[in-house]
Write a new protein. Sequence first.
Length: 152
Amino acid sequence: MRDDWLDSVVRELKRPTPVRPDFDRRLGAALARTPRPRGGWLLGVGAMAAGALLTTFLWKGRSRGPAPVEFLIDAPAARAVTLVGDFNDWDRRRTPLERVIGTSRWRARVPLHGGLYRYVFLVDGERWVADSTQLTAPDPDFGTTVSLVTVR
């Protein structure tokens, strides 16, 4: 059921959204109804510029770029594990995982910007393993199941 729901969401996101023919007219009418700031257009432009600067200043501390995302897999018999996904162009060599000392777990931390990403673990260079802790979806490009992670 989870995969059916995800498929319907992906289908809906891929569907093109047509622009209504009367969009420009409706937008112009809405702008015409918007009250003008007192003091004329110069004051209005100044207020908008001040608002933009204030917004930039306030959000600057919150938007620090990519966030580190930790990927973990328990693979006791593995000799090597790599992480492949659309964030690293599905490159088998770019993101190797390190074994957590004294355990059977493997770990990698990857800096990612906000968005939805598809990925799998590649165990010993030949076995594709989906992450059991995340949502999964069938991937038509690779003919396997991939994991999905959302970064906010």
